[in-house]
Design a protein around this ligand. Structure first.
Ligand code: G6P
Length: 369
């Protein structure tokens, strides 16, 4: 097992560090920024289904559901197709409206999650076209789907999902770009810019991984917290949810992810000097709005840990700790901003003596209801 961990103490850390490479594996042969190409066999063969779709329904559980939320933002923004994202377990039991012109995207790392599988079956019975985004090749969900795209992240052993999440986002962003190209919903220059940016994301992920030491120091300060709040807006709202889930899963600290502006409708009541608030505040995307959210936290003495773009001064001044990330456009930022949150959860869990790779009560793949 030590050999399998490749020199890391835990599979989770190994998998976090694999992200620059596996994101490349995910887009290899599918993305060529110089030639302006993004294509995936499962989409090319079925492009009409997507272009004729009145809406896209995304079904998933856990971390994969968070990837679905990011996909909602990116598909709607790039391809202008309405998207709804549902927990598979809710969808399957609520007698949902499903039309023949719906495309259902099922996202699942394992490809074996029982609720997601049941949601797919229901969608198929109602005539929808089902597209699977799975990591495990030949898994039940990939076989049950009409078509799909694999994430190529390689085996994920750590129960807390890391590289599966970023590669799911990579596939779904490529899907959004492919549909945008077909529909002409992005300008030529934006389309090419996003392709270029996606191609260099692995380098940026590598750069963020070098913040590991700072993140570890921050973890030392907050390892004994009992609660934690994660805030983000727009594309980084799902990242806030995922950051909170990661912390809960492996450190057993209660954590909540919230859209930053919603904070004033509840969670703000929890903020005092004991409360660490992790704010995802990159320069691109609602920056001024998030700065005022940070001011609201500061005036209530909350401890602010901010994820900021390199060179940021405004948020830095207001924050107790900052983690710097390279600049990237708003739509691609989840691939970058999620990394320090993975590292933070990891270090806090290790410092608390938790079993990082196999947290209590959790299973890697939930094959029963
Ligand atoms: C379990 C795992 C999570 C995962 C979720 C969905 O709860 O512990 O990490 O996100 O199932 O799994 P799937 O394989 O469908 O992505």
């Amino acid at each position: 097992e030590q050999i399998e961990k490749g020199g890391y103490d835990h599979f989770m850390m190994k998998e976090i560090y694999e992200q620059p490479n596996v994101i490349k594996d995910t887009y290899r042969g599918r993305l060529n920024a110089n030639k302006g190409i993004v294509q995936m066999a499962g989409i090319e063969d079925n492009i009409e289904k997507f272009l004729n779709a009145e809406r896209i329904l995304i079904v998933a559980c856990g971390t994969s559901w968070h990837a679905g939320l990011v996909a909602e933002y990116v598909i709607e923004e790039f391809a202008r197709i309405p998207v709804e994202v549902e927990y598979a377990s809710e969808f399957r039991y609520r007698n949902p409206i499903i039309n023949k012109k719906d495309v259902v995207i099922a996202i699942s790392q394992s490809g074996e999650t029982a609720d997601t599988m049941a949601a797919i079956k229901l969608a198929k019975e109602n005539g929808a076209f089902v597209f699977g985004v799975c990591n495990v090749v030949g898994s039940s969900i990939s076989r049950e789907s009409h078509a799909g795209a694999y994430t190529h992240a390689g085996p994920e052993i750590g129960v807390a999902s890391t590289k599966a999440f970023t590669t799911q986002i990579t596939v779904l962003t490529m899907l959004a770009l492919r549909l945008a190209k077909a529909k002409g919903t992005l300008s030529n220059s934006d389309y090419h810019r996003y392709l270029m940016e996606l191609e260099i994301i692995p380098e940026k992920v590598k750069e963020v991984l070098s913040t590991n030491d700072i993140t570890k120091e921050i973890a030392l300060k907050f390892k004994d917290s009992t609660n934690c709040l994660y805030l983000g807006r727009g594309y980084n709202f799902p990242v806030a949810l995922e950051g909170a889930l990661k912390l809960k899963e492996i450190s057993y600290i209660h954590a909540e992810g919230y859209p930053a502006a919603e904070m004033k409708h509840g969670p703000i009541a929890l903020i005092d000097e004991q409360m660490p608030v992790i704010v995802i505040a990159p320069k691109q995307g609602h920056y001024d709005k998030i700065v005022s959210n940070i001011q609201e936290i500061k005036s209530r003495s909350g401890k602010i840990i901010a994820v900021v773009t390199k060179g940021d001064t405004q948020v830095r001044e207001l924050s107790d700790y900052v983690i710097e990330i390279p600049e990237t456009s708003d739509a691609l930022s989840p691939l970058i901003t999620t990394i320090p949150l993975q590292l933070l959860s990891y270090h806090i869990a290790v410092l608390r003596g938790c079993n990082v790779d196999q947290p209590r009560n959790l299973a890697k793949s939930v094959t029963v209801e």
